[in-house]
Write a protein that binds this ligand. Structure first.
Ligand code: NAP
Ligand code: HSE
Length: 443
């Protein structure tokens, strides 16, 4: 019995996926039962990285999601539309869906999973977060006995590549970005990567799985790496840190110290000073890593390639195989009240409610701030007093150099509330001839 796959897209990920499906030798035997039935593309004239019979390709993508012979639709076309509508139509037609599209899932996951649950079909998305690194299914299945406390990840390869090169070369952001674009590591329009939006989509998906509720993307706090300067990277280095774009999802512990269902989550993306001894500090270049802390497992870290044809296709095909395995053993026997097959609760997404997300002002963290001011006696004392007036305790204050005749002072705080820190900064910003060129959070 062959399971028929309809591919929507034959670009980087689609070609990698077809490559695996066409070369099953020495891989899982179930692969031999998968067949690429149709492939939807924008242009039939484009040269392709994989050889497929010409009649398999079509620009009529609607015909793929409506094709009664297709069991599994693999959406690897990207973008929001028509990807969203095609996934919904495939679901309505009783097809299982595999997607790598974090942007569509982070925005329309609610609609897509509700439709899938009603239709009794699976929507799997291992490739949507961290490409080739298995993290979605481990969270859903292997770690499901745990109470998850936090997920902290480097989930965007482009920004990690840029920051790693800034670190090793001492170059500034614009220079490295331009070079990364030329080398093909960064997109011509780098906005989604460098402004943290891609990482926000990914952490929203991970948070939803880890904390068992849906996440409103608009509530995910997001800062990108454009403001990170070579100067800050050099100061961080001297102080024992590297700067990484971290995506974090964490359960806030309520005042009594006990976590409970009413607790809020922190879900945020921002450049962060990471201590050099931290496991995420040594993740460099285009690599991704995700550190999960749960009870009782403790810390588990996933590391690997977060993008690319082969790694991403590895994740896509594992989802296809998961579905094929279920179809093969006929696990559609038990029916829901609506007459549709009952889904495996470890594989399907069933949560309905939205998680409460804490506003960023309530975050308690450490801060790094770089201040430029006239090198007058008492200036450090004045800064310290102002921070103190707002309940911001300082861990270290260093004055190393001068920039254009102005003293450069770097402050690291103890754990403080973001709201208090911002109030202190506002007051400090009003001091005569003082500027605060950078503020970063510290892990
Ligand atoms: P890509 O190289 O741009 O490929 C997109 C494919 O979809 C192309 O074959 C294109 O057809 C087809 N397509 C796009 N819009 C279409 C439309 N309206 N009608 C018909 N065909 C259409 O993209 P990709 O890099 O493979 O990414 C695909 C998805 O995987 C995205 O959601 C992305 O975020 C996700 N992802 C990618 C990576 C990665 O490393 N690239 C990693 C993780 C996740 P033509 O070839 O004819 O233009
Ligand atoms: N643009 C993404 C990155 C690709 O740089 O990580 C993988 O999702």
């Amino acid at each position: 019995m062959a399971f028929k796959v309809g591919l929507l897209g034959l670009g980087t990920v689609g070609s990698g996926t077809a490559e695996i499906l066409l070369n099953p030798a020495q891989r899982h035997p179930l692969l031999q039962e998968l067949e690429i039935h149709r492939v939807g593309v924008r242009s039939l004239a484009k040269p392709r990285a994989v050889e497929l019979p010409a009649e398999t390709l079509t620009t009529d993508v609607e015909s793929i999601v409506a094709d009664p012979e297709i069991d599994i639709v693999v959406e690897v076309m990207g973008g929001l539309e028509p990807a969203r509508s095609l996934m919904l139509k495939a679901i309505a037609n009783g097809k299982h869906v595999v997607t790598a599209n974090k942007a569509a899932i982070a925005r329309f996951g609610d609609e897509i999973f509700t439709a899938a649950n009603e239709a009794g079909v699976y929507v799997l998305l291992e490739a949507a977060v961290a490409g080739g690194i298995p993290v979605i299914e481990p969270l859903k299945q292997s770690l499901c006995a745990n109470r998850i406390h936090s997920i902290t990840g480097i989930v965007n390869g482009t920004t990690n590549y840029i920051l790693s090169r800034m670190q090793t070369e001492g170059s500034n952001f614009e220079t490295v970005l331009a070079d990364a674009q030329q080398l093909g590591y960064a997109e011509a329009d780098p906005t989604a990567d460098v402004d943290g939006l891609d990482a926000a989509d990914k952490i929203a998906i991970l948070a939803s799985l880890a904390f068992g509720g849906r996440i409103k993307l608009a509530e995910v706090y997001c800062e990108g790496i454009r403001p990170v300067s070579a100067t800050d990277i050099a100061y961080a280095e001297k102080l024992g840190f590297v700067i990484k774009l971290l995506a974090t999802a964490k359960r806030e512990i309520s005042a009594g110290g006990e976590s409970g269902p009413a607790d809020q989550l922190q879900v945020r993306v921002h450049p962060t000073l990471v201590p050099k001894v931290h496991p995420l500090a040594s993740v460099n270049g285009v690599y991704n890593a995700i550190l999960i802390e749960g009870d009782p497992v403790g810390q588990v870290m996933f590391f690997g390639p977060g993008a690319g044809a082969g790694p991403t296709a590895s994740a896509v095909v594992s989802d296809i195989l998961n579905i094929a395995a279920i179809l093969k053993v006929g696990r559609g026997g038990i029916l829901q009240a609506n007459g549709k097959p009952l889904l495996d609760p470890l594989l399907a997404y069933s949560h309905q409610h939205y998680c409460a997300i804490a506003p960023i002002e309530e975050l308690v963290t450490r801060f790094y701030a770089r201040v430029l001011t006239q090198d007058n006696p008492g200036v450090i004392g004045k800064l310290g007093t102002c921070f103190g007036n707002h309940n911001v305790s300082l861990e270290s204050v260093v004055q190393i150099g001068l920039q254009d005749d102005r003293a450069e002072i770097v402050v690291i705080t103890h754990y403080v509330q973001e709201r208090n820190f911002r109030q202190a900064l506002e007051e400090i910003g009003s001091f005569e001839s003082l500027t605060v060129p950078s503020v970063l959070r510290v892990l």
